[in-house]
Design a binder for this molecule. Structure first.
Ligand code: HEM
Length: 412
């Protein structure tokens, strides 16, 4: 993550950015310009469809929530890439209502909380956690960020989709190289890897159409798409593939980094870690507070679909909004001492998983992964603590993706 941010000139000192964000928010909840311009960072085009358009940056909780509520005016269509076939490259993430709703309903039932606590946990999450704990338990030290947090979500997603063994490994490798923005991966390599990803998923769909199993692809094959004004119909192979690719891109790195951030929060606040160790019902609060404190994906974009007014700014059709979910989560108008990690603060919704139409499909799965991951560590390593001889961890990454530099720990 740090290398990727460096490669595109986007590395920021995460801890140093927040005071500057607070100062900008003091100027107004909505500001003209890109956040990068306002912060004096080099420009980087995250979404090709946003290029060359006027931008506004939104930084207060109230204003970000208001924009997320209004999907008719503030559209997610900015988030895809244009491809020759005119397909939705980012699946439901770039769709608007009512089409978005019709497609989301074909996958949503697998992602509600009972499914996350039941099917996902039993099918994948507990298995990988057990294996990783056993492997780490052979030593005295570990880097939890790489040896543990990184592995749980990627295994969870690929296994849930229906891939296993060597095929899952090949798929993960090809997937990472097809989406990498690193300069060391050439365009030809990216395209070759994208082909491997597509042929692997299409091959899997074909096998499951012949012989269904207990996995996400087999589930999607059974679902009916109810588009307004049309007859219900089954999803096509390419529609199933769009769901699968989005779930891979949205559900691997995010849960990894957020689990790292939650553990970083606890390990650097030993009195709160001790409280959680003594009362496991606090694990959920610890995770929610980590999401408020440092949401791993703190900025999302919207395309403005009609001339509108937002907090005193006349914003024309065709402009782009940069919504600061991270800054909204640190808004002092909503939280006292917003920069402190305090799992005991009064419970209030934060925006780490977004809000409204596109609210994270995988949030229940992510919560269960992180909750189970932390509980298992506390069960098996009662003395778990940061390794005092290793470099102290710190928050790092670019504006759009943040995580912890590492989590070197002593296990005994
Ligand atoms: C802690 C980890 C995670 C965080 C912080 C996170 C954050 C988010 C956010 C902020 C959005 C809204 C984007 C927008 O409004 O434009 C989103 C959407 C989404 N997330 Fe997550 N996510 C996480 C984990 C996951 C996981 C584990 C999965 C899948 C297994 C997943 C799948 C999705 C999908 C499919 C969407 C698009 C939903 C839609 O457009 O209707 N996410 N996520």
């Amino acid at each position: 993550m740090r290398r990727e941010a460096e490669a595109i000139g986007n590395l920021v000192e995460v801890a140093e950015i927040m005071p500057r964000i607070h100062a900008l928010r003091d100027e107004g909840p909505v500001l003209k310009g890109r956040l990068r311009e306002l912060l004096g960072l080099p420009l980087h085009e995250r979404h090709a469809r946003a290029a060359g358009r006027p931008h506004w940056t939104v930084l207060s909780f109230e204003a970000v929530e208001a924009a997320l509520r209004n999907a008719a005016v503030f559209s997610n269509s900015v988030q895809g890439h244009d491809n020759p076939a005119g397909e939705k490259t980012m699946g439901i993430l770039e769709m608007d209502p009512p089409v978005h709703r019709a497609y989301r309903r074909t996958i949503q039932p697998r992602f509600n909380m009972p499914e996350a606590m039941g099917w996902w946990r039993e099918h994948t999450i507990d298995t990988i956690i057990e294996r990783l704990i056993a492997r780490m338990g052979r030593g005295d030290r570990a880097d939890l960020n790489l040896d543990y947090c990184a592995r749980i979500p990627v295994y969870t997603i690929t296994t849930a989709i229906g891939l296993d063994g060597d095929e899952a490994l090949r798929f993960r490798h090809a997937y990472l190289n097809s989406t990498s923005s690193s300069r060391t991966v050439t365009m030809e390599q990216r395209q070759a890897n994208a082909k491997i990803v597509e042929s692997t998923v299409l091959g899997l769909i074909a096998r499951r159409r012949q012989e269904p199993k207990d996995d996400l692809v087999s589930f999607l094959i059974t679902m009916k798409l109810l588009m307004p004004g049309e007859e219900p119909r089954a999803l096509t192979d390419r529609e199933i593939m769009a769901h699968v690719k989005l779930v891979m891109v949205a559900g691997g790195g995010t849960s990894w980094r957020q689990m790292g951030i939650a553990l970083y929060a606890l390990l650097t606040h030993p009195e709160q870690l001790a409280a959680v160790r003594a009362d496991r019902s606090l694990v959920d609060d610890a995770v929610e507070e980590s999401l408020r404190w440092y949401p791993t994906a703190p900025y999302f974009y919207r395309m403005v679909m009609e001339d509108t007014e937002l907090y005193g700014h006349a914003i024309p059709k065709g402009a782009v909004l940069e919504l600061g979910l991270g800054p909204a989560n640190r808004d002092p108008a909503r939280w006292e001492r917003p920069d402190e990690y305090d799992l005991f603060r009064p419970k209030k919704t934060n925006l780490a998983f977004g809000f409204g139409t596109h609210r994270c499909l995988g949030m229940n799965v992510a919560r269960v992964e992180i909750n189970r991951g932390i509980n298992a560590l506390l069960d098996h390593f009662p003395n778990l603590r940061l390794d005092p001889e290793a470099r102290a961890p710190f928050m790092t990454g670019g504006l759009e993706q943040q995580g912890v530099s590492g989590l070197p720990v002593l296990l005994r």
